[in-house]
Design a protein around this ligand. Structure first.
Ligand code: OAD
Length: 226
């Protein structure tokens, strides 16, 4: 079986109703990124940060996986599929995908501010005063700007073993995640599904499917069945 590695971003969940970060109506609108997604923001305004992620978590419980998430699950019939996602939602898992690695953390987890390895399941709001068992304030289990990406090494190793790389719904603006495409062995094809071209990251051997995730994934699945 060929190894299909998928790098997904906010765009794959857009048609489920979760806004992307950098589109015109993206989440960052109205919120200063550094206020809600950085250790400095957390230090200055923890209530605002908790509210931001509590809202995202509540929304996640109301949305569903879409055709793109579901088709990636179906592709497991003919491929070994590994998904590396920058998304903090759980829509890949809810569509049934077996191998999902979260690069930027997970909304449905919290962790101790004192110990990044003390992680808990979390489907409720996190409030100031909610403590981990080590006495540390609980915070969202999200990788913020300026923090290390602990799963990066594992993700790079997965891309190194890919026969095909599918990049779907990501602007490839955020590093180190965007550098993962550079780990693909020479000569292996990259497919990008996105309604917008991001020219600066386009390489010669990229097959571009200029469409939304739900439409583009059908074209991709057709190509893979030939
Ligand atoms: P972005 O918001 O930067 O990019 C979303 C991409 O999805 C863009 O290229 C859009 O053109 C595309 N898009 C929009 N609608 C789409 C649709 N219906 N189908 C397919 N694609 C669509 O989001 P990411 O690249 O995921 O980090 O952002 C990377 C990281 O930036 C996020 O993980 C987040 C943020 O900082 C953290 O939260 C730590």
């Amino acid at each position: 079986m060929k190894h299909l590695v998928v790098l997904s971003g906010a765009g794959i969940s857009a048609e489920s109703g979760i806004k992307t970060f950098r589109d015109a109506d993206g989440l960052w609108e109205g919120y200063d990124v550094m206020e809600v997604a950085s250790p400095i923001g957390w230090e200055k305004k923890p209530e605002l940060v908790l509210k931001f992620y509590n809202d995202r978590r509540r929304q996640l419980l109301e949305v569903k996986p879409n055709t793109a998430h579901k088709t990636l699950k179906e592709l497991e019939k003919n491929f070994k599929v590994s998904i590396i996602t920058q998304n903090v939602d759980n829509l890949h898992e809810r569509a049934g995908s077996k191998n999902v690695l979260h690069l930027h953390g997970e909304l449905l987890k919290s962790r101790s501010t004192k110990n990044e390895k003390l992680i808990y399941d979390c489907d409720k709001d996190i409030m100031l005063g909610d403590k981990a068992e080590d006495g540390g304030q609980l915070r969202p289990h999200i990788v913020w700007f300026g923090e290390a990406v602990p799963e990066m090494h594992k993700a790079a190793k997965i891309v190194e073993t890919a026969d095909i790389l599918l990049v779907i719904g990501t602007s490839l603006q955020v590093y180190p995640a965007a550098s993962l495409i550079d780990y693909l062995p020479d000569g292996k094809p990259i497919y990008i599904i996105d309604p917008k071209r991001h020219e600066d990251r386009l390489l010669d051997h990229v097959h571009f499917i200029e469409d939304t995730a739900c439409n583009g994934i059908k074209e991709f699945a057709d190509l893979m069945s030939k």
